[in-house]
Design a protein around this ligand. Structure first.
Ligand SMILES: Nc1nc2c(c(=O)[nH]1)N[C@@H](CN(C=O)c1ccc(C(=O)N[C@@H](CCC(=O)O)C(=O)O)cc1)CN2
Length: 291
């Protein structure tokens, strides 16, 4: 194994500490805590763990956490009524509805109901549009976490060839936009891409977000490339990513592990977005460079 293993846990802990310090400053100036409301529908074990972790991290950062747990059979109208009340609640700076939602609820109807200026997940079409056009909005947490790890590892990304595998609205597309913003040459590959191996082999940066265990093979990776594995797949062998880690680590320059890579950044960036929202809503300036 020759690659540097990118430590997402350490990067997330460092970001959370910077957030905690800026939160102290916000509380002193605004006279209130930034508030994050998280909505969980049902009792999916993984979602329950993530929501619990978000609540703990919010409180540890010095923010107010509002948890709303709804039964699995809650109606879409009831869920939307809760979102409306959170939109109107002055103590709430950020709203997040944990995904996935049960099949009888239309995810888009719910995420588009969230006030775009409280949409700390960055899933609302208004925020997707802001990202695509270079306006200030909220950027989805996982892709932003990937960019932070890449910049920490590589510094300036200008001119690098980047391949994003996956075209979802919540990871693949925003990831491609963020890489473009960093002046990378970006290719978005997907299930219909021809000769994926050779597309990946050209890339200085590979971001895998397909949800298929070990799909990206070590021999596809260009020697020295940086590999970011967004996959979190629960298999008989435990939690694995979308990349064949052992194979890729023997040729890559740097690679994120699963677990302990991108995952921990997701919650840290959620706190970052909440803190930014609180500053914007209170009209208080913040230190962009520390976040
Ligand atoms: N509304 C949202 N729903 C979901 C999001 C999201 O960003 N917003 N992302 C995922 C789940 N997620 C946060 O919600 C999340 C996933 C993974 C991790 C993480 O730290 N993973 C660890 C492994 C933990 C484990 O054992 O499962 C790691 O990779 O090291 C944090 C948050 C879907 N839903």
């Amino acid at each position: 194994m020759s690659a540097t293993i990118i430590d997402g846990k350490a990067a997330a802990a460092a970001l959370r500490e910077r957030i905690r310090l800026q939160t102290e400053g916000f509380v002193a100036r605004a006279g209130r805590k930034p508030g994050l409301a998280v909505v969980l529908v049902g009792e999916d074990p993984a979602s329950s763990v993530y929501v619990r972790s978000k609540g703990k991290a919010t409180i540890a950062a010095g923010m107010a956490s509002f948890e709303h747990k709804l039964p699995i059979d809650v109606s879409q109208d009831e869920l939307i009524a809760l979102v409306d009340s959170l939109n109107a609640d002055e103590a709430v700076d950020g709203i997040l509805v944990q995904l996935p939602l049960p099949k009888h609820i239309d995810e888009q109807a719910v995420t588009t109901r969230i006030d775009p200026d409280k949409d700390v997940d960055g899933f609302h079409p208004v925020n997707a549009g802001r990202l695509a056009t270079g306006l200030n909005g909220f950027v989805p947490c996982t892709p932003y976490g990937c960019i932070m790890l890449l910049k920490e590892q590589l510094g300036d990304l200008t001119g690098l060839d980047a391949v994003v595998i996956g075209r979802s609205n919540i990871v693949g597309k925003p990831m491609a936009q963020l890489l473009l913003k960093e002046s990378c040459t970006v290719t978005v590959a997907h299930s219909r891409t021809r000769d994926l191996a050779s597309v990946v082999h050209r890339a200085d940066i590979v971001v895998a977000a397909v949800g298929v265990p070990h799909m990206v093979k070590g021999e596809w990776i260009k020697p020295g490339a940086t590999v970011i594995d967004v996959g979190i797949n629960r298999t008989e062998d435990g939690l694995v990513g979308d990349v064949d880690f052992a194979g890729a680590a023997s040729v890559a320059g740097a690679i994120t592990p699963v677990p302990g890579g991108v995952g921990p950044m997701t919650i840290a960036v959620l706190l970052r977005n909440t803190l930014i929202s609180a500053h914007r809503r209170a009209g208080v300036a913040y230190d962009k460079d520390a976040l």
